[in-house]
Design a protein around this ligand. Structure first.
Ligand code: 13P
Ligand code: SF4
Length: 346
C-alpha cells in the first residue's frame, strides 16, 4: 500500500542518512516531493548538486537532463540515480548534437565567427559540452537575462538552444526586436529569416516545451473574460504572444515567490506545470490560484517519477546494486562543466 511504501522510504532515508541526497524539482508529484531533501527550480537544483560533496548517492527526482547536470557537477565518489529512465524531456529531445554541429557549420559559413552558443540547461550533456567547447555557456529561466547580456558582451550573435520561446522572450525583454531574430529549423537544416543576414542578433533553435506550449491566447482571453480581477503569470517557455498578454512571466521560482508575497484575496491564473499549480493552490489558502489552461498541463515525463519508482531506486541502493545510474562520459563531462561553470560563477 501507499502507506507501506512511504514508511519504507522513510526507513531507508534514515538508514542511509547523509550518504543519500534527494533533490526534487517543483514539477514533481507530491508523493515524491514530500521526501526531497531540497526542492527548487533548475538553477537552485544545479547549485545544490554542486554544493553537496558528501552524499554517496544522489537520487534525482526530476528529469534526465537534470540528473546529467548533477553528475557533471558531482564529485568522483558520488553516484547519480534517476528513478525512471523514461523521465526525459521532450524539449531536450528536440536538439540532437549532430543537428547542432551541422547548424553551427552552416551558420558559420553564413555569418562567420560572430556567434556564441548558449543552451538552456534543458538539453543533453553533449550539447552543454558543445557550448563549453565554443566559449558558450548554459542558462536557466532564472538567469536567462543575465546570461544573454553576458553573451552579447562576447559576440554579436547568439545561437540559442533548444527553446525558441525562452530565447525570444528573454531577448525581446532586453530590447532586441523580433525583426532581428531568426529561427533555425533543425529538421530541414534551414534558417528562417526574411531580412538581411547582418541584422540578425538571435538565432533561435526551433524547439519548445510541449507542456508550456499548451497555454494559449484563447486561455488568456477566456480567463480575462471570466475573472475581471485576475493576475496572469506564466513561465517564459510559453509562446511570445502568451507571455506578452500575461501580467508577468518568470521561472518556477519567480512564480512561487510572486504568488506567495501577493496580498490575500488576489486571484492568480498560472501558466506552468500542473503539480506546481496545484501545490500553490493548496498552500496559498488566502488566495485563489488555478491553471491558466483548464485542462491542466502535466509534464508526463516529470510524472514518471512516482512513489513506486522512487522506492525501487532506494531499495537498489540498499541491496548494493544501484539501478539507473546516470553517468556522463568523461570528455563530455569536462567540456560541459566549463559551460555550467560560466553560468554558476556569475
Ligand atoms: P525552471 O525550473 O528553470 O523554472 O524550468 C522549468 C522547466 O521546464 C524544467 O523542466
Ligand atoms: Fe521538459 Fe517542458 Fe517537462 Fe520541463 S516541463 S521537463 S521543459 S517537457
Amino acid at each position: 500500500s501507499e502507506k507501506q511504501m512511504e514508511n519504507r522510504v522513510r526507513e531507508i532515508k534514515r538508514e542511509l542518512g547523509t550518504r543519500l541526497f534527494m533533490p526534487g524539482h517543483y514539477y514533481q508529484k507530491d508523493e515524491v516531493i514530500q521526501f526531497a531533501d531540497d526542492t527548487g527550480d533548475s538553477l537552485q537544483l544545479a547549485k545544490t548538486a554542486a554544493a553537496n560533496k558528501e552524499a554517496e548517492y544522489i537520487v534525482f527526482c526530476g528529469v534526465h537532463f537534470m540528473a546529467e547536470t548533477a553528475d557533471i557537477l558531482s564529485e568522483d565518489h558520488q553516484t547519480v540515480l534517476l528513478p525512471d529512465l523514461r523521465a526525459g524531456c521532450s524539449m531536450a529531445d528536440m536538439a540532437d548534437i549532430n543537428q547542432v554541429e551541422t547548424a553551427w557549420e552552416v551558420l558559420q559559413q553564413k555569418l562567420g565567427d560572430t556567434m556564441i552558443p548558449l543552451t538552456y540547461v534543458n538539453s543533453t550533456a553533449a550539447i552543454k559540452a558543445f557550448c563549453g567547447e565554443h566559449e558558450g555557456a548554459t542558462l536557466t529561466s532564472s538567469n536567462a537575462s543575465d546570461m544573454l547580456q553576458w553573451a552579447f558582451a562576447q559576440k554579436e550573435r547568439i545561437l540559442f538552444l533548444p527553446d525558441q520561446h525562452l530565447g525570444r522572450n528573454t531577448a525581446y525583454d532586453l530590447g532586441i526586436p523580433l525583426e532581428k531574430m531568426a529561427v533555425w529549423d533543425p529538421i530541414n537544416n534551414k534558417l528562417e529569416y526574411e531580412g538581411n543576414l547582418e541584422d540578425i542578433r538571435m538565432i533561435l533553435w526551433k524547439g519548445h516545451c510541449s507542456v508550456h506550449e499548451k497555454f494559449t491566447m484563447e486561455n488568456v482571453d477566456n480567463v480575462r473574460r471570466e475573472h475581471q480581477d485576475v493576475n496572469i503569470i506564466v513561465h517564459p517557455e510559453c509562446t511570445f504572444d502568451v507571455v506578452q498578454a500575461a501580467d508577468d512571466a518568470g521561472s518556477t521560482n519567480k512564480i512561487i515567490k510572486t504568488i506567495q508575497s501577493a496580498p490575500s484575496e488576489t486571484k492568480w491564473a498560472v501558466g506552468t506545470e500542473m503539480n506546481l499549480v496545484n501545490r500553490l493552490a493548496q498552500e496559498e489558502t488566502d488566495k485563489t490560484v488555478f491553471s491558466l489552461n483548464p485542462n491542466m498541463c502535466p509534464c508526463l515525463t516529470m510524472n514518471r517519477i512516482d512513489l513506486p519508482h522512487l522506492l525501487w531506486s532506494l531499495e537498489s541502493i540498499i541491496e548494493g546494486k544501484p539501478h539507473h545510474i546516470i553517468e556522463v562520459e568523461e570528455k563530455t563531462k569536462r567540456k560541459a562543466l566549463s559551460a555550467l561553470e560560466r553560468m554558476l560563477q556569475r
